[in-house]
Write a protein that binds this ligand. Structure first.
Ligand SMILES: *Cc1c(COP(=O)(O)O)cnc(C)c1O
Length: 394
C-alpha cells in the first residue's frame, strides 16, 4: 500500500499524462479519482486488499537468488522477483484484483476490460469470478486467434469475450472499443485498464497498485543480503510492472533500467521502442512517448512478445526516462529468446517472453561492471511455449 495518497495528473518536466478523454468519460473518470482517493485513505480497504493479495494471489512472491545464472554471466548475485508465481501467472493480477475491489466498493456490479495477449483479461476475469462481478473483455480478433488458450481461460472464469474486428484486430482497437463501451455503461460498470496508461487517474491508479512488487522486493533484498542491489531491471510494455518494481527504488543510489521491445529491426513498424524511436503524442487519453509517422499517425509495432507490442509507453515511465531517473534499453526478439534459454537451462524457470527482454540485458549489465542485480520476472512462459518451440527449434 502506498505511503502517500498523491495522485499526480502530470509527470516530469515534459508534463506527460493528463486526461485527453471525450466529454462522456469526464464524469466517470472524476468519480474514479474520488473513489480511489477515499479507498487509499480507508484502512478497511487496505486490509481487504492485503488479505486478498495474500490468500488469492499468493503474495508476497519470493525473491529467488539465481546463482548459476549469476556465475555464467559474471555477476556476484542475481535476484529474481517472482511475479511469475502470482495467481494467473503474471503481475497483472495485482492491479486487476485491486481495481475489482475498488469497483465493488463503488457499487459497480459490472467490469469492462481490454486485453491484448489475454493476460490482463485472464487476471480480470479471475478477479471478477472471485468477487462475483460480471465481466466483459474486449479483445481484437487477431489476438483472439493467436491467444486462443487465454480466450478459453477467460470464458471458463465466466467472462464474456467480445471480438473487436476494427483495424488490425489487436490491443489498440480493443482499448478503443472498451472505452466506448464504458462511456455507454459508466453508471453500472467500472473499466479495469491493464497497464499504467490511459487518461488520469488510470496511470497513477495502476502504478499505485503495482508498487507492491518493488516494496516487497526492496525489503526482501535487504533481508536476504543486507544490501540493495547495484541495479534493478524490468521489461516495459505500458510500464506497469516496470513502475511497480522501479518506483520504490527511485530514491536509492542504484541504476534503474526498463527494457523495451527492440523487435526485429530499426525501422518504424519493426519494433516497439518508444523512448529511442518515438516522439511526444496523445493516444488513448494521455500524452506520452508514442511511435508515430511524420504526419502523427500512430505507427504499427512489432515484437515477439505480445505484452510489449504497444505503440505508447505509460506517461510516468516516459517522464522518468526523459528526466534520466530510469534508463531505457531495448532488447531484440533474438536477444529475448536467448535470455529465456539461459534462465530455463541454468535455473529451471520458464520466463514469459516479455520478462525475457529484461533477462536479455543481463550480459550488457555485467559488461558495464554491475555485480549485483535485481530483475523483475513479470510472468511465466507457459503461454509462450509455441513460440519458444518454433523459434528455439525444440
Ligand atoms: C502485460 C505484460 C507485460 C507488459 O506490461 P507492463 O504494463 O509494461 O508491465 C510484461 N510482462 C508480462 C508477463 C505481461 O503479461
Amino acid at each position: 500500500m502506498p505511503s502517500t495518497f498523491e495522485l499526480p495528473t502530470r509527470f516530469g518536466t515534459a508534463g506527460y499524462g493528463g486526461c485527453y478523454a471525450p466529454e462522456t468519460l469526464m464524469m466517470p473518470l472524476m468519480e474514479l479519482e474520488a473513489a480511489l482517493r477515499a479507498a487509499l485513505a480507508d484502512p478497511t480497504f487496505e486490509a481487504e486488499l492485503k488479505t486478498e493479495l495474500r490468500v488469492f494471489v499468493g503474495r508476497p512472491t519470493p525473491l529467488t537468488p539465481a546463482p548459476r545464472l549469476a556465475a555464467a554471466l559474471g555477476f556476484r548475485q542475481v535476484l529474481l522477483k517472482r511475479e511469475d508465481l502470482s495467481h494467473t501467472g503474471a503481475h497483472k493480477i495485482n492491479n486487476a484484483l485491486a481495481q475489482a475491489l475498488l469497483a465493488r466498493r463503488m457499487g459497480k456490479a459490472e467490469i469492462i476490460a481490454e486485453t491484448g495477449a489475454g493476460q490482463h483479461g485472464v487476471a480480470t476475469a479471475a478477479a471478477c469470478a472471485r468477487l462475483g462481478l460480471k465481466c466483459t473483455v474486449y479483445m481484437g480478433v487477431t489476438d483472439m486467434a493467436r491467444q486462443a488458450p487465454n480466450v478459453a481461460r477467460m470464458r471458463l472464469f465466466g467472462a464474456e469475450v467480445v471480438g473487436v474486428e476494427a483495424g488490425q484486430g489487436t490491443l489498440k482497437e480493443a482499448v478503443n472499443e472498451a472505452l466506448r463501451a464504458w462511456a455507454g455503461r459508466c453508471d453500472a460498470a467500472h473499466y479495469i485498464l491493464g497497464s499504467a496508461l490511459g487518461p488520469h487517474p488510470f496511470p497513477t491508479l495502476v502504478r499505485t497498485f503495482q508498487t507492491v512488487i518493488g516494496e516487497e522486493a526492496r525489503r526482501q533484498a535487504l533481508d536476504l543480503t543486507g544490501n540493495l542491489p547495484e541495479a534493478v531491471i524490468a521489461c516495459a510494455g505500458g510500464g506497469s510492472n516496470g513502475l511497480g518494481l522501479l518506483v520504490p527504488f527511485l530514491k536509492d543510489p542504484l541504476r534503474r533500467i526498463a527494457v523495451e521491445a527492440g523487435g526485429h529491426g530499426e525501422g518504424l513498424g519493426e519494433h516497439a521502442a518508444r523512448v529511442s524511436g518515438g516522439r511526444a503524442g496523445v493516444l488513448h487519453g494521455c500524452k506520452t512517448l508514442l511511435l508515430q509517422d511524420e504526419e502523427g499517425r500512430t505507427a504499427e509495432t512489432a515484437s515477439i512478445s505480445a505484452g510489449l507490442d504497444y505503440p505508447a509507453l505509460g506517461p510516468e515511465l516516459a517522464a522518468l526516462a526523459s528526466d534520466h531517473m530510469v534508463e531505457v534499453w531495448r532488447a531484440s526478439d533474438e536477444e529475448a529468446l536467448l535470455g529465456a534459454q539461459h534462465l530455463c537451462q541454468l535455473e529451471g524457470i520458464l520466463p514469459a517472453l516479455e520478462s525475457s527482454h529484461a533477462l536479455a540485458m543481463l550480459p550488457r549489465l555485467a559488461q558495464e561492471g554491475i555485480g549485483t542485480v535485481l530483475l523483475g520476472l513479470s510472468g511465466r512462459g507457459d503461454k509462450d511455449l509455441a513460440t519458444y518451440q518454433a523459434r528455439l527449434g525444440i
